[in-house]
Design a protein around this ligand. Sequence first.
Ligand SMILES: Cc1cn([C@H]2C[C@H](O)[C@@H](COP(=O)(O)OP(=O)(O)OP(=O)(O)O)O2)c(=O)[nH]c1=O
Length: 247
Amino acid sequence: MKGVILAGGTGTRLLPLTRLINKHLLPVGEWPMICYGIEKFKEAGITDILLIISKQSAGLYTDFLGSGSDLGVRLTYKIQENAGGIAEALELARGYIVPGDRLVVLLGDNLFLESLKPYADKFAEQPAGSARVLLKRVDDPERYGVPVFDPNHPELISYIEEKPKHPKSDFCVTGIYMYDDKVFEHIAVTKPSSRGELEITDVNNLYASEGKLEYDILHGWWTDAGTFESLHAAAEQMKDTGPEKKP
Ligand SMILES: Cc1cn([C@H]2C[C@H](O)[C@@H](COP(=O)(O)OP(=O)(O)OP(=O)(O)O)O2)c(=O)[nH]c1=O
């Protein structure tokens, strides 16, 4: 299993800070945001990790993280030239994933406390060509991609509705996805949305339409640290976590 962290994007909701520095290098407690995703992969035994970053702050990533050896992982970097969407960022992992590989994809601004290990282990048992996403129960599902469950196969999602006015469940699809190399075939047939981005929800819906999208529910604390409010909440939650401190 390999890990991919998507850390491109523009971070407009965190302006003006993100005019200075890429969102995923902003401090969350004692560490830059990106370190928590790396730590989650390491905890799950995933030590080959691809970071998709933007041109902005690219040098700061390598200055701070280097090869990853200080954190006990092997890092590879790729640049997403323009923020063309989450699925476009993921497409850049194509050369990194060899046939037969499986990958766990994290959006770099998704922070959470639970271990990925049990979920990645379940995904490893799924048939080739299927996918798994992690869901979280939320108070305001209308802000997110919301799963509609398959009434005949409760382990499957039959469709994901993007920001529905009348959500059919009170879960959101978090930024934690599991795929094999089939994902690149799905991305290849995905068209830009009305906002001009390749949407990961469209990719996930291709799996769902084939009856190949399974899920788990995160029970612990989770946030998308993309706003000032959630960034502050994340700093509070994460203050005693992060990479093991060296003496
Ligand atoms: C849009 C986009 C997002 N991402 C990553 C960055 C985030 O961790 C995650 C979710 O992105 P978003 O929060 O949807 O977008 P953003 O990070 O540009 O922020 P804002 O909405 O405030 O402008 O996906 C990419 O890697 N490439 C992209 O092209």
